[in-house]
Each structure stands twice: as structure tokens, then as C-alpha cells.
Design a protein around this ligand. Structure first.
Ligand code: HAX
Length: 433
């Protein structure tokens, strides 16, 4: 069944479920907000309901209820590798159902048909200074595509509220279809003298990115298929998902909302951590010149932390275990690059650092997150430009982010408008009890 039909078939039930919760339990309190939380980044305060994915502190990511190993096992695979087709992943995120091979291929075909990127998008990037960060170019390219928004055009002439989601889905399909060409040619613009490469119609979405940047190694294509699954979503309240959800609640279209999500992802405490992590690992490697002993590395890590700096790739706002996305990439590395010296360093840090971070007592999660390894894998296959890594993350994450946004419109979610206080008001609230 096509995605739009599958979503439409679920809408009556899902809307009734939500309406019933609000009608029957609208006044049920699910959280109290403390002063500490208001000043502490609203940590742990439930602000949104989404069924696309959930991050359990102990288990990590579940996409539509499926844990990472289950997603990798159940989704239809590419004929040219061992990892899933992004078309099937998008189908799962959007509909909540594991697709058949035919349904996954249908999305891949739909993407090929919609993949042409209008000329003005790349023209808008060319005059940018050479030192512009690729995440800025990526967000800019998405914004330039806003001229093509079907929702924005139809809204101008008036559409029924009930039908918003269909136009958001149309925009999501159009945007995601163009992403491999957009990001590959941002890569080519920045690091390959601006050559322009068109997608190969024989390849799937994830592999096409690899092809267009000149990486034809089947193992790298498989890495990209894995990378896309692992980075596609991480529930609805992280900075990028929440930013795009918030922006779309004003009925800004998919392009406007995804571009704002990418601006959040570009921050060093969020998506930029993968570029920081690779830089940090290379610094450690060049500090030692040869493979350090366990004791040498331990001492280095202790001194590094004592200098007040943070180690990228470790810690997480929600997770309290090793990120299963780290584990999945580590499994890939053990298979395809066990002798890579940088991967061996990643593994040594993994053996030593959690113990040190636990001892220092202030880090709530001493375990590695997804970013502790993903740059190492890219680096191994010759994608050495660390500042590009967050673009790869964003490219994958838009599959999830745009799904949240489509479903928010399908459920008729309203404009998001929480409340801010002044310090005086807060103090008088405290005094009054
Ligand atoms: N190295 C050193 N110190 C760390 C640390 C790390 N990797 N992780 C946390 N801490 C410190 C914090 O700076 C904080 O110190 P202060 O109390 O002095 O401010 C303390 O430990 C408590 O922090 P926390 O509650 O454990 O962590 P937060 O929820 O505040 O932040 C972060 C979570 C992921 C932002 C944090 O662990 C961090 O900065 N890690 C390194 C950067 C990183 O890997 N980011 C990517 C996260 C995954 C992601 O979203 N990718 O997009």
C-alpha cells in the first residue's frame, strides 16, 4: 500500500485515540515542573506526544517500537548489500508498519521521480565564501527549495484543515527525494572543485550519495545505508526535532521547519559533536604518535578532563547506557575495518573512559553516544572532511523530523506556545507558598 493510503487508513483511529485521551483525561497531571528544570533546559519535562520514535534511558532508540537491531534485521535490504533501503525506513517511520520489499522499492522509485533539484538551489550556494560551514549551505539549500512548497502554495488559495497533512507529506517526499543530490553536490562544491554529479538511477537513496561523491566501494555504500537508519530519528524533543516541530506548528511548511531543525543540529552540543569527536580522536592519535598503552591513555584522559574540557561522543541527555547506535557501528567496524588504527583507538577509549567519567561523579551518562564512532568510519572510507559529518547526520535525520511534522498536521496539533516568566514573577510565586 502507498504511504498516503496507509496513513489515511490509520487516521480515524489515531485521532479518536488522541481526542479520547484529551476528553477523558485532559486534566490528568503527567509532570510537575521545578525551578531547577525551568533553569536547566526543561530537562525531563514531557512537552510533546509522538509515536515515531522513543528513546528509553536504558534501551536506547526504538523506531516505531522496534529496537535498533530489530530495525536492521526486519527492514528490506538493498540487493547490493546487507543493510536496509532508506525507502523502507521512511515507510516504517511514516506508517508504523514494516514494509514489504515492494513497498520499500516503491518509495525508492517515488524518490527517483522527484529527485531533480531546481537550478536556483545550487546557484544560491555558489556565491557563498569558501569557508562557509557545509551545514550552513545545507540549511540554505533546503530554504531555497521552499519556493517549491506545495503546502505553501495551496494554503494561499485555501485548503481544508483536514487535508494539511497530505500536502506536508507531498513536500516531505519532494524534499527527501532531493537530499542525496543536494548534500553530495555540497560536498563536491566544497571539496571536489565544484564538479556536479547527477544521481545514478540504478542505485538506492543512501548509496546514491556515496556514488555522487565518487565513492563506489560497496562497503561504503552499505555504511551509508547503516548510517541513515541509525541517524534517522531520536524521538521528538531533542533540539532539531523540537525546533522543526515548533516552527511547523505555525504552519510553516516542511522546508522552513526542516531548515530550522538543521540549524539546531549544527550546534556543538547536538549534531556537530561528530565532527568534534573525530578532531579529538585525531588529536589524541597525533599526541601519542604510536598506539598508547592503556596506562598512558588513562593518564591523558584524566588530565584532559581535569583541564575542564569535555570529551565529545560521551554522555547523553537521556541515555544511561552505551548507545545502541554506537554498538551497531562498532559491529560494522569489527567486520570491515578491524585493523584501522583510529578504530582501535575508539575501542581503547571505550574500554577506559566510562570508568573515569563514572568516578568523577558529575557526568550522568559515562557511556559513548552515536558520535563517538561515526566519524571514524567515514574517515576510514576516505570521507575525511570532518566538518561535513553533521550534514550526513542531517540528511538522515530529515526522514524522522519530517515524519513528526506530517503526523503533527495529521493529528491537527495546534500552535505551540509555552510560557516564559520573569525572575520577579518566579520569586513571588515561590514567596506565595
Ligand atoms: N565530557 C566532559 N564532561 C561532560 C561530558 C563529557 N563528554 N558529558 C557531560 N559532562 C559534564 C557536563 O558538562 C556537566 O558539567 P557541569 O555540571 O560542570 O556543567 C556535567 O557533566 C553533567 O552533565 P550531564 O547532565 O551528564 O549532561 P547533559 O544532559 O547536560 O548534556 C551532553 C548532555 C550530550 C550535551 C553532554 O554529555 C556533552 O556535552 N557531551 C559531549 C558532546 C556530545 O557528545 N554531544 C552529542 C550528544 C548526542 C547527540 O545529541 N548528537 O546529536
Amino acid at each position: 500500500m502507498k504511504i498516503e493510503h496507509r496513513i489515511a487508513s490509520k487516521l480515524t483511529e489515531e485521532r479518536a485515540r488522541m481526542q479520547n485521551l484529551v476528553k477523558e483525561h485532559g486534566k490528568f497531571s503527567i509532570a510537575e515542573v521545578t525551578v531547577e528544570q525551568v533553569y536547566g533546559g526543561i530537562r525531563g519535562v514531557p512537552i510533546h506526544v509522538t509515536d515515531v520514535s522513543h528513546v528509553d534511558p536504558q534501551e536506547g532508540l526504538r523506531l516505531r517500537g522496534y529496537a535498533v537491531p530489530e530495525v536492521l534485521e526486519k527492514l528490506p535490504k538493498s540487493e547490493h548489500g546487507e543493510y536496509p533501503l532508506a525507502g523502507g525506513l521512511y515507510y516504517l517511520l511514516m506508517t508504523g508498519e514494516i514494509p514489504t520489499k515492494q513497498e520499500a522499492n516503491q518509495v525508492e522509485i517515488e524518490w527517483k521521480v522527484r529527485s531533480n533539484v531546481p537550478e536556483h538551489v545550487f546557484k544560491s550556494l555558489q556565491p557563498m565564501p569558501a569557508y562557509t560551514h557545509p551545514m550552513t549551505l545545507f540549511s540554505q539549500a533546503i530554504l531555497a527549495l521552499q519556493s517549491e512548497s506545495v503546502f505553501a502554495k495551496r494554503f494561499y488559495y485555501g485548503i481544508d484543515k483536514e487535508d494539511y497533512w497530505g500536502y506536508y507529506l507531498e513536500d516531505s517526499l519532494n524534499l527527501t527525494a532531493k537530499l542525496p543530490t543536494i548534500i553530495a553536490n555540497i560536498y563536491n562544491l566544497k571539496y571536489r572543485n565544484g564538479i556536479f554529479v547527477q544521481p545514478n538511477p540504478k542505485l538506492d537513496w543512501s548509496a546514491n550519495f556515496a556514488y555522487m561523491i565518487g565513492k563506489h566501494d560497496p562497503a561504503y555504500m552499505d555504511l551509508m545505508r547503516l548510517f541513515v537508519v541509525l541517524h534517522s530519528d531520536h524521538e521528538g524533543a531533542n533540539v532539531s526535532a523540537h525546533a522543526s516541530h515548533l516552527v511547523a506548528s505555525a504552519l510553516s511548511d516542511i522546508y522552513l521547519s526542516c531548515s530550522s531543525g538543521m540549524n539546531g543540529l549544527a550546534g556543538p552540543l547536538h549534531g556537530l559533536a561528530n565532527q568534534e569527536c573525530l578532531r579529538w580522536l585525531l588529536d589524541v592519535q597525533s599526541h601519542f604518535k604510536v598506539v598508547p598503552t592503556e596506562e598512558q591513555l588513562r593518564q591523558y584522559l584524566v588530565e584532559f578532563l581535569a583541564s575542564g574540557r569535555m570529551i565529545p561522543g560521551y554522555g547523553h541527555a537521556v541515555l544511561r547506557v552505551t548507545d545502541p547506535r554506537f554498538t551497531a557501528q562498532r559491529d560494522f567496524a569489527c567486520k570491515f575495518l578491524p585493523d584501522d588504527p583510529l578504530f582501535q583507538l575508539v575501542d581503547m577509549v571505550y574500554q577506559i573512559l566510562p570508568g573515569i567519567l563514572s568516578q568523577n561523579g558529575k557526568v550522568k551518562n559515562p557511556w559513548p553516544n552515536v558520535d563517538a564512532i561515526n566519524g571514524t568510519l567515514q574517515y576510514h572510507f576516505g570521507v575525511t572532511e570532518a566538518d561535513f559529518y553533521t550534514v550526513l547526520f542531517g540528511f538522515s535525520r530529515i526522514l524522522g523530523i519530517s515524519t513528526h511534522v506530517v503526523w503533527s498536521r495529521a493529528m491537527g496539533k495546534p500552535l505551540e506556545r509555552p510560557k516564559s516568566l520573569t525572575t520577579d514573577i518566579l520569586e513571588s510565586m515561590i514567596k506565595s507558598v
